[in-house]
Design a binder for this molecule. Structure first.
Ligand code: PEP
Ligand code: MN
Length: 340
């Protein structure tokens, strides 16, 4: 059962409600950072007389029981939507947020030059992998902690917050020291121990869709983060496996408007992994915004053809600049035309 609280609830009333629920033996998860405050009450259902009692508390806007298997992630739990905040950047509002950077941190010069170009292009968050999930154990696995240190330096220089992937529960504390947003990769979407540990850091999380995961499985993965008390969750559609070898994955843009209906969490799109081909990144970036995405995650490299990882899908800084400009223009139009 979800209690949607009024945004202007008196903090003393909220505490009294929480204390009473706990006294009655319920476990309560409180979500407050992303927007309307929400209490999730767990337990074996609530007797009608208690429900009647709760309804009398001031400050409760609605009591909802979402029909989907995910509850906290369901749109009904926070109908106005969730905003994820990282410094000055707000993800989930009207302004599309562009996250860009290399697939992998390769060396200091590559990262700092790319970071500078990302800022110049007008993107607002820097991405870069330090620990990489590679299909082959013989492929470059990333610079590890040294990569995190370089990301830190790039943030100092550009002011851009950074997002980087965490692969394993044992790395969570280390990566959380350096990153502003923790990325959970497609291959780890169902690593439930990792989801729980990442939730507990309280840091914003970028949750990629597993490339063979249904939308319901994806939202249940998000539910792990929310049930862990962390509502700073950004969903990222990055393409799913299909029969078609002409593109690396099939970018599922159906997921964008669908997830926006099913959930209150912001959803962004990764057209780089979703296509695997750099020439498809600009049109699919625009398509994602037209479909209602709250932002993009794009791989960019100062010398895409020399990239150690994912060069084929990496764009150069000039292309990023053009995408940022066109995304802004389209988003203004789309707000009038598409979501009307
Ligand atoms: C990445 O963002 O570089 C990455 C490995 O993505 P995914 O987990 O979507 O494959
Ligand atoms: Mn990549």
């Amino acid at each position: 059962m979800i209690l949607r609280l009024r945004p202007d609830i008196d903090p003393h009333h909220q505490q009294a409600l929480l204390d009473d629920l706990q006294r009655w033996g319920f476990t309560v998860t409180t979500l407050t950072r992303g927007g309307q405050p929400v209490l999730a009450v767990n337990g074996q259902g609530m007797p009608a007389d208690l429900v009647a009692e709760i309804v009398r508390y001031s400050g409760i806007e609605a009591i909802v029981t979402p029909s989907q298997p995910y509850r906290l992630a369901a749109r009904a739990s926070r109908p106005q939507g969730t905003i994820v905040r990282v410094g000055d950047v707000a993800i989930g509002g009207h302004e599309p947020v562009i996250i860009a950077g290399p697939c992998t941190v390769e060396n200091r010069e590559q990262l700092l030059r790319t970071a500078e170009a990302v800022r110049e292009a007008g993107a607002s968050v820097l991405r870069g992998g330090a620990f990489k999930p590679r299909t082959s154990p013989y492929s470059f696995q990333g610079l590890g902690q040294r990569g995190l240190e370089l990301l830190w330096e790039a943030r100092e220089r550009t002011g851009l917050p950074i997002v980087t992937e965490v692969l394993d529960t044992e790395q969570v504390d280390l990566v959380a020291k350096y990153a502003d947003i923790l990325q959970i990769g497609s291959r780890n979407m169902m690593n439930f121990a990792l989801l729980q540990k990442v939730a507990a850091t309280g840091k914003p999380v970028l949750l990629k869709r597993g490339f063979a995961a249904t939308i319901e499985e994806w939202l249940l993965a998000a539910e792990y983060l929310l049930a862990g008390g962390n509502d700073q969750v950004i969903l990222c559609e990055r393409g799913v496996r299909s029969f078609e070898p002409a593109t690396r994955f099939m970018l599922d843009l159906n997921a964008v408007p669908l997830v926006r209906q099913l959930s209150h969490l912001p959803v962004i799109v990764d057209p780089s992994h979703g296509t695997g081909r750099r020439e498809l990144v600009p049109p699919m970036s625009l398509a994602a915004i037209a479909a209602g995405a709250h932002g993009l995650l794009v791989e960019v490299h100062v010398e895409p053809d020399a990239a150690l990882v994912d060069g084929r899908q990496s764009i150069d800084p000039a292309t990023l600049t053009s995408i940022v400009r066109r995304v802004r223009a389209l988003s203004e139009l789309a707000q009038e035309l598409v979501t009307a």
